[in-house]
Design a protein around this ligand. Sequence first.
Ligand SMILES: [Zn+2]
Length: 71
Amino acid sequence: MGQQPIRMCVFCRRKLPKVELTRFVKYDGVIVRDDTGSLPGRGAYCCKDDRCVRMAEHDEKGLLMKSFKKN
Ligand SMILES: [Zn+2]
């Protein structure tokens, strides 16, 4: 067992093992949830906290979208 990759939830900014996060990717200008973790491209991550999940569903503050504009 190696080290788990760590990713940050874009909403609460907690750092968690990648396996505990939901991955989103931007595909054709639209943010889609990547349940299988197999879609290509840069991912943005959301933890499974209820509040974060709800924010990801609506992306009210555009945080997911914003995270794809960086870099
Ligand atoms: Zn979170």
